[in-house]
Write a protein that binds this ligand. Structure first.
Ligand code: NAD
Length: 255
């Protein structure tokens, strides 16, 4: 039986057009939330909107580049205009870094990764928090990674961004704890999404290589991340704030 933990709530999800963002948006919708889908990819976002509408809740799909302050402000304004409030945010949009040792990372590539994978969460929270404070609080989850808690060869920019997200999450949690806003991070391991397909090359060898990092012997599913995000965002997680929750099949447990 599906629970209804988000009935009457408004959930805003970035990177909703694919992978973990799509699975989480659909999970919020299945539990009664009105969902706002924010993604730069309109086709993927529209498909998530179609799937979310099957759950019967209200859905708003917005084209939004999470590196653009004006896009984010417009998306949050539209959210409040359409649904009257903002309760939950999942700041999840991100991109992978093509593997390269530090000297071979161009300055442009460094800025691209940091802007999309780290500064985006700063911008999103900067405009989400005032909307949440309007009605006394809310919950935010930012998508970090196993790369947020360990170093990875060839991944300096991505790892720096994902470590930075945890610091950003903890400090923001402290800033707003007394005002009813909880801020947590989720740190997924190897998850079966289009991003992981690109990263592994999608070949049997590439898949076997990344699965080799997983003590449980398989990739996680986007739904296994969504269920943790929903727990953190719901009243069941009401005492959790400033936490970086690792959901990674044991990938980082022995490191
Ligand atoms: P994905 O590529 O399937 O989905 C990412 C989504 O983000 C896409 O819909 C894409 O269009 C969107 N996006 C990218 N740039 C954007 C921008 N500038 N503005 C708005 N939207 C943008 O990837 P995924 O695997 O679902 O990854 C989601 C998040 O999870 C990312 O932050 C990623 O770093 C993180 N993560 C993924 C894994 C994994 O194994 N898949 C592991 C750890 C962390």
């Amino acid at each position: 039986m599906t629970e209804n933990r988000f009935a009457g709530k408004v959930a805003f999800v970035t990177g909703a057009g694919s992978g973990i963002g799509r699975a989480t948006a659909l999970a919020f919708a299945a539990e009664g939330a009105n969902v706002v889908l924010a993604d730069i990819d309109t086709a993927g976002n529209d498909e998530t909107a179609r799937l979310a509408a099957e759950h019967g809740g209200k859905v708003l799909a917005v084209k939004c580049d999470v590196t653009s302050s004006s896009d984010i402000q417009a998306a949050i304004n539209q959210t409040v205009e359409q649904f009257g409030r903002l309760d939950v945010a999942f700041n999840n949009a991100g991109i992978e870094q093509p593997a390269a040792p530090l000297v071979d990372i161009s300055e442009h590539e460094w800025s691209r990764i940091i802007n999309i994978d780290l500064s985006s969460a700063f911008l999103c929270m900067k405009y989400q928090i005032p909307a949440m404070l309007e009605h006394g609080g809310g919950s935010i989850v930012n998508t970090s990674s196993g790369a947020g808690v360990i170093g990875i060869r060839g991944q300096a920019a991505y790892v720096a961004a994902k470590h930075g997200l945890i610091g950003l999450t903890k400090s923001t949690a402290l800033d707003y704890a007394a005002q009813g806003i909880r801020v947590n991070a989720i740190c997924p391991g190897i998850i079966e999404t289009p991003m992981m397909d690109r990263f592994s090359g999608g070949t049997p060898e590439g898949r076997a290589h990344v699965i080799g990092q997983e003590p449980v012997g398989r990739m996680g599913s986007p739904e296994e991340i969504a269920s943790a995000v929903l727990w953190l965002s719901s009243d069941l997680g009401s005492f959790a704030t400033g936490h970086a929750m690792v959901i990674d099949g044991g990938q980082t447990a022995g490191i």
